[in-house]
Design a protein around this ligand. Structure first.
Ligand code: ZN
Ligand code: ZN
Length: 373
């Protein structure tokens, strides 16, 4: 038995077996070769059980499976070869697979479940204006959540009473039954695996250790945040059960659109119309920014579609490093309803301005100018 068998062969599946197929093959074989079920042939069954567990441990992990597919056993055996350490994925698979059949805790050393459980994470959707996203804000939010019961300090027992050892399981949290030739281990139905029971429940929380309350929290949103960003407020989720740690609060930001600024990262974009005479003669524009106004000089001879950059007039970068820019796209508006006088002036002008109406190569990308000066 020096030559290692192919993992797919061990599990009796083909090389493109799905996760589900792997799992059911493993489940079937593991039940067949479980040492507890083969008392007359324990040694050989244990060998087979290790072999299929090793194969499943590799193939159930997509990364290890890919390495195995490319390099065979050499791709997955570390320096000391595979050690069935029951990593978290495979451990939870065990629970999945066997949870309903045997309490598998005995085999893998999972004894008493802790009383404490971490509280759930909470999500809060917060809608803010474009300016608030740009400048940051401090605001109060109200969240209904579970709070640790102050009467019992989260332990769930009536004040002054201590929990007692569960006498159904003797504090082990599990009950073993001898059934035919193997042992069935079950979570204790009285204490639900905790090994202890409350003598008297706390009247304020009914033994839960936590109560439902509405909590007002002050939160700080940094400047530069974007729509869809999530802020984690550590420890502000639901209270834990029976004194466990609290979950986290996630504030999901919804940023309302701006009437004329469009945002790309920390840069802002807007379009400003100018007349043909402003484009030809040059002008100075007053451009609104998120902090007030900025003067922008439009030089004479500005072409339609020209883009001017106002440095540092965009949004602050959310990492706190610098500031984006504001890009102003000028749109030259050609007049449509000319008065008699305007028409006369333009006709007079027309005879003095000549453009060669010959096709030219397509112009390159928009030409960005710096708007300071
Ligand atoms: Zn018990
Ligand atoms: Zn209580």
């Amino acid at each position: 038995m020096n030559q290692k068998r192919d993992y797919y062969e061990v599990l009796g599946v083909d090389r493109n077996a799905s996760e589900q197929e792997l799992k059911s093959a493993y489940r079937r074989l593991a039940l067949q070769y479980h040492p507890d079920r083969n008392p007359d042939n324990k040694e050989e069954a244990t060998e087979r059980f290790k072999e299929i567990t090793e194969a499943y441990g590799v193939l159930a992990d997509p990364q290890k499976r890919a390495a195995y597919d490319r390099y065979g056993h050499a791709g997955v055996s570390g320096s000391g070869g595979f050690s069935p350490d029951f990593s978290s994925t495979i451990f939870s698979d065990f629970e999945d697979i066997f949870g309903d059949l045997f309490g598998f805790g005995g085999v893998f050393g999972r004894h008493r479940r802790s009383r404490a459980q971490r509280g759930d994470d909470l999500r809060y959707d917060l809608e803010i204006s474009f300016e608030e996203a740009a400048n940051g804000l401090e605001t109060k939010i109200k969240i209904p959540r579970w709070e640790t019961c102050t009467d019992c300090g989260g332990r769930g027992g009536k004040r002054g009473t201590a929990p007692v050892t569960c006498n159904t399981c003797g504090g082990r949290g599990q009950i073993r039954h001898q059934q035919g030739f193997f042992t069935l281990t079950q979570t204790c139905p009285r204490c639900h695996g905790m090994g202890q029971v409350l003598r008297e429940k706390c009247p304020a929380c009914g033994g839960e250790g936590r109560v439902r309350e509405e909590r007002v929290l002050s939160i700080k949103i940094p400047p530069g945040v974007e729509d869809g960003m999530r802020l984690r407020v550590s420890g502000e989720g639901e209270a834990g059960v029976q004194g466990g740690p609290p979950g986290d609060l996630y504030v999901v930001l919804r940023v309302r659109e701006h009437p004329f600024f469009e945002r790309r990262g920390s840069d802002l974009y807007c379009t400003v119309p100018i007349s043909i005479t402003q484009a030809a003669l040059g002008t100075e524009l007053k451009i609104p920014t998120l902090r007030g106004h900025e003067r922008l000089r439009i030089p004479e001879g500005t072409q339609p579609g020209s883009v001017f950059r106002l440095r540092g007039m965009g949004l602050p970068r959310v990492d706190g490093h610098g500031q984006g820019d504001l890009y102003v796209n000028v749109q030259v508006v050609v007049p449509t309803h000319l008065s008699r006088e305007q028409r006369r002036l333009l006709e007079a002008l027309s005879s003095t301005i000549r453009v060669e109406n010959k096709p030219v190569a397509r112009r390159g990308s928009e030409n960005v100018k710096n708007g300071f000066g």
